[in-house]
Design a binder for this molecule. Sequence first.
Ligand code: ASP
Length: 430
Amino acid sequence: MRLHTRILAGLLAGAVAGVIVNFFAADDIWLLAFLTNVAEPFGRVWLNGLIMVVIPLIVSTVALGVAGLGSVAHIGRIGLVTLLTFLALTAGATALGLLAVNVVQPGAGLDPAVTARLMETYRSQAQGAMGLAQGALGINTFVNMVPRNPVSAAANGEMLAVIVFALLLGVGLTLVGRERADPLLRVLDSVAAVMVAIIGLVMKLAPYAVFALIFGVTARFGFDVLINLIMYVLTVILCLAVFLLVGYTLVLHFVAGRRPADFFRKARVVMLTAFSTSSSNATLPTTLRVTQDELNVPSRIAGFVVPLGATMNMNGTALFEGVTVLFLAQVFGVQLSLGQQIVVLLMSVVTAIGVAGVPGGSIPLLMMVLGMVQVPMEGIAIVLGTDRILDMCRTTVNVTGDMVTATVVDRFERREQQQTRTFEATRAVR
Ligand code: ASP
């Protein structure tokens, strides 16, 4: 059986088993003990195994990617196309979410008794996130993007700072000349290859680990929360599905010049990993491998776009943020004008860039956006109970967006190369 089939089997079996035990034994001591001591630690060990390789992988692939692009001007052009694609996809996703939430109005009919009960249950979690929300995005976010000490940035998992260092490392490699750059290039190439080999080993465990992770989620899950918020949950999931299946299909077909069915077939294993881990960072090694080996995007492009996307390109997260802000505004009876909704759109796009690619990474930034449009921040408590399932879905869209962007940039670069060749050929003829 192929890996993605086995992961899917683990996912389904884990989900079904979890739902069954949740139904019959939700509060039993043995179940809680099994979850805390066996299933969840096993899942976490696997996640750690994936996350372990992320920093060396980012440093080596981004630096190699940038160095492979050759000149600073070329890096600038590819960088610009990448950023514009990220922004366009993120804004498109958010606009879709905002449109849907205005049409469906999922917050308008929510029973105030349900609202009060949810606020009570999730108050303490919401307060925890509120602490993180303060200062989650400010001028310091930009200042800290350039690390004083790359080793400490790596040790603290500050992805953007690590990426900036790796980008500059790549630029430096293009400036010192072939002979002096070569030894370091070869070391980086070897580091990247070894990391990919480690991922191959870790991914062998994926079907079992995914079983354990999903079993933990569904066995603990309070399904009544889902029922109460069903309109909200369905709005988010349907919008994500439409953006994934229709939005990306259009971009793949018309902009990237790829066959969407073929793309999605190859991307399956990445999408399943994102769905099971709820983390763009943990999925990054797999995303990178598939983008290079299966989607045949050259490593200099994949190595540049994909790690950047894992931290900066969060299409699903921005969509989720937009829908949630408007949903909570509806619940609290806060009227948001068109102008304020545009602010929500812009802020969702901007904050999604700052979201860490970890489970629940968007919650603190989402609270900031709530505060900006005068919706009570503690209202986040209402939706926290549904966050895990929505996180799984939005992370899948996030990482798929990174692969889509890589194919778009690949097409752009091919065209550029072709134009240069035609130009040189005409010059030679003359
Ligand atoms: N879990 C998401 C990711 O890693 C981030 C978020 O929306 O919370 O892409």
